[in-house]
Design a protein around this ligand. Structure first.
Ligand code: AVI
Length: 318
């Protein structure tokens, strides 16, 4: 069988880590965008987080996708062009491929080499599936490669990555997806739910300290890649649920008064002062359905996983 595999590099020149540090440390509250977590070590640490017993989303979502694949296919039909922003190792889509029988698959990721390897492996595993991989920063744009065939589209966005946007950014992203899938296009999206804060707290403070290492890895990157003079041991991981805003917040907390230096810039941190590194918003179904509707996506169906801990939504563009 002739295999189809194309690769497209659309990675824009976006903010470097150095610029992000200068920008993020210059205001009253210090922060770094969470996309800088994902260097090679950060991606490996994130994969390890997904293996931790406290971090429930991957297991629940995967068992939902396996169990619901046929039911989802009945609602979407077969023969769609599926695109997946942030596809990573493209593992979750494999649970749906036999039922959804797509016309083509377009995995998108910011990590070009990783994407190329994952997409290449997928073509070997599913030789009947045309794959058109695109290296993109989906927080900026979602260009669909011109080699992808025409046909009804289905966007796939699992893992509750939508929670790492603010609700406003999430609405903008959903509106962009809605535009890309076109009229009657569909989106299958996994979203973490609001729940007992103790469960959320444990998920972002695993006993093995993997989430802490993931968070602290940002400081290693800042030092090794961006040339920031800093001592990672002078910081500690903090993650907590902000009930008012409905989000987990991750911070790096300064253990002492210290100065970080970079290219002539000096950034003072007081003891206990934090660098905000990530938000992970949680949505009750009615909140997420309203947010999607605001972005032009109407609910076709939603499913709740074990004890309502995670949700899958199938949405349709108006
Ligand atoms: C990728 N994203 C959906 C994860 C989350 O839960 O917000 C990232 C993560 N951060 C700490 N643990 C997992």
């Amino acid at each position: 069988m002739a295999k189809t595999f194309t690769f497209h590099d659309h990675k824009p020149k976006t903010l470097s880590l150095q610029d992000a540090v200068i920008q993020g440390f210059s205001g009253k509250y210090k922060s770094i965008p969470p996309k800088f977590f994902y260097d090679e070590r950060g991606s490996a640490l994130f994969a390890a987080i997904c293996e931790q017993p406290e971090y429930y989303p991957p297991d629940i979502e995967q068992s939902m996708l396996s169990r619901l694949a046929e039911e989802i296919a009945q609602l979407t039909g077969t023969g769609r062009v599926i695109f997946e922003p942030g596809a990573g190792a493209a593992t979750k889509i494999q649970l749906l491929l036999p039922a959804l029988k797509p016309l083509a698959y377009v995995p998108m990721d910011i990590s070009c080499e990783f994407l190329k390897a994952a997409a290449g492996a997928l073509v070997e595993e599913f030789p009947w599936l045309p794959v058109h991989a695109a290296c993109v920063d989906f927080t900026h744009s979602l260009p669909i490669p011109e080699t992808a065939p025409a046909g009804p589209r289905l966007a796939f966005f699992p893992g509750s990555s939508i929670g790492n946007f603010t609700p406003r950014e999430a609405r903008e992203f959903l509106a962009l997806v809605s535009d890309r899938i076109g009229r009657d296009g569909m989106l299958l999206i996994g979203v973490d739910t609001k729940k007992d804060p103790a469960i959320l707290h444990a998920a972002y403070n695993d006993a093995a300290g993997i989430t802490a290492a993931f968070n602290l890895n940002l400081l290693q990157r800042m030092r090794n890649e961006a040339g920031v003079e800093c001592a990672p041991e002078n910081f500690e991981h903090r993650a907590f649920y902000n009930r008012e805003l409905g989000r987990i917040e991750m911070h790096l907390v300064s253990r002492c008064r210290q100065t970080l230096r970079l290219n002539g810039y000096c950034f003072e941190l007081g003891e206990g002062e934090t660098v905000h590194t990530e938000n992970s918003y949680k949505y009750a179904p009615e909140e997420f359905i309203a947010l999607s509707a605001d972005a032009g996506l109407d609910l076709r169906h939603y499913w709740l996983g074990e004890q309502g801990l995670f949700a899958l939504y199938l949405l349709q563009s108006r």
